[in-house]
Design a protein around this ligand. Structure first.
Ligand code: ZN
Length: 431
């Protein structure tokens, strides 16, 4: 099943032609409307009107999250704010939020691309889709929601949290498709078992999972426990929520919507493109985005591209499941977090940044995040004051990062060291 076979199964030659045409149009618009890129192009001697080969892509400048944060909120927008109908954002990098805008055309394209991803994953318009992703500044909930409506399916905007309510929705609404982060799907399965619910009697048949790293083993477990087929999909909040790439039922990699996103894989150290099919960092150039078009955006995600044709008939290149990150960004409870953000929040509570260590574990199915903070910087024997400090830090972290952290005050010596440095992150999770 395809949502837009005309594009999804386009022959490669016609697709390359379309990509080049769209790239030329996008670069011209960017150069005209975004001073930052115009200056970059000039410095690098790039004339967007002269850009006539996809091979030349690697001559274009790379864009990083730092570039986005530095020009936040609207410095890289290619349209005036009055043409922007929606803003999403990621929690701040250091102290700057990244704001991502969408025009009405962007929203429309996003819906169609999310509908493609849902369809490829085996969802049809007859499905009742429970979206248990967060509906907030993050793009996941809204992306799937609009995609589901676009394809004519029935969408239940359950949003995240409140597990017993999620379970009664699955039962009472005869939900057939579950969309959430993979660890939460297993958590739901546990809770349903505990409640003595017969999973075989539910209407569930498919699931679409993403937003955190997961493995084939987890997929097997989700499928077994919930009696569904589980598909993976890929999103980048700075580019677009769900809709960038998704698995077909062959489930040997995620097809990238290449008519809208130009993928490359580079060596994260030399920044040179790797040989076809080799692993490295995924870089994406948007071809049709109006509000915030990005040139060669470094996603920080490690993968490799699969160029061989796929048995499903789609001609779009596939990307392998994400194997990790090449920067220090962490994904905790499905939310992107940079360790420095935590330092920044700790600093705002005291006079300087104390030594700290982030410890990530799995508690049952879910991520458990703890921040160990050096106690010596505080008055050690005033328990009440310490408790107040801990509570205020917890609140700050939850509000500013959208993740619930435990906070513990410890002796510096009880943290894990490498040489004379505290190891910033101790990740004990297995996927
Ligand atoms: Zn396929």
């Amino acid at each position: 099943m395809y949502f837009e076979p005309k594009y999804e199964c386009m022959n490669r030659e016609a697709l390359d032609h379309l990509k080049l045409e769209r790239l030329q149009a996008s670069l011209t618009r960017i150069s005209k409307n975004v001073p930052y890129y115009r200056k970059k192009f000039q410095e690098m001697n790039i004339d967007p009107y002269d850009f006539d080969s996809l091979e030349d892509l690697s001559r274009l400048p790379l864009t990083t999250r730092e570039d986005l944060a530095r020009h936040a909120p609207y410095g890289l927008f290619a349209v005036p704010l009055r043409e922007v109908v929606r803003l999403h954002g990621t929690y701040g990098l250091k102290d700057r939020s990244i704001v991502v805008g969408y025009t009405i055309n962007d929203i429309h394209r996003w819906s169609v691309l999310a509908a493609r991803v849902l369809t490829a994953g085996g969802v049809t318009k007859d499905d009742v889709i429970q979206v248990a992703y967060n509906y907030g500044l993050s793009t996941s909930g809204f992306g799937i929601h609009y995609g589901a409506e676009q394809m004519g399916a029935t969408v239940v905007p359950a949003s995240s949290g409140n597990t017993s309510r999620q379970i009664s929705i699955i039962q009472d609404y005869n939900v057939t498709t579950l969309v959430c982060i993979p660890s939460y799907a297993l958590y739901l399965a546990d809770k349903m078992d505990e409640a003595g619910i017969n999973i075989n009697a539910l209407s569930l048949r498919t699931g679409l999972f993403g937003e955190e790293t997961w493995s084939e083993k987890t997929r097997g477990e989700i499928q077994d426990r919930l009696k569904i087929t589980a598909a993976d999909n890929y999103a980048v909040s700075e580019i677009m929520g769900p809709g960038v790439a998704g698995e077909c039922l062959e489930r040997k990699g995620m097809h990238i919507n290449e008519d809208h996103f130009l993928p490359e894989v580079i060596d994260p150290h030399t920044l040179e493109p790797v040989k076809p099919g080799e692993p490295g960092e995924l870089v994406i150039t948007t071809l049709t985005k109006e509000a915030l078009p990005l040139v060669r955006f470094r996603t920080g995600d490690l993968t490799r591209l699969i160029h061989e044709p796929c048995a499903c008939g789609r001609t779009f290149v596939r990307m392998q499941r994400i194997s990790g990150r090449c920067d220090d960004m962490l994904i905790i409870q499905g939310v992107n977090v940079f360790p420095q953000q935590i330092g920044h929040i700790l600093a705002s509570a005291g006079e300087s940044i104390p030594s700290y260590q982030i410890v990530l574990e799995r508690e049952g199915r879910l991520d458990k995040a703890t921040v160990l903070v050096e106690a010596d910087v505080l008055v050690p024997d005033k328990i009440k004051e310490q408790q107040g400090f801990i509570e205020s830090i917890k609140q700050h972290l939850a509000m500013e990062l959208g993740v619930f952290f435990e906070v513990r005050l410890v002796e510096l010596g009880s943290m894990l060291f490498e040489g004379d440095k505290v190891v910033p992150v101790v990740d004990k999770r297995t996927f």
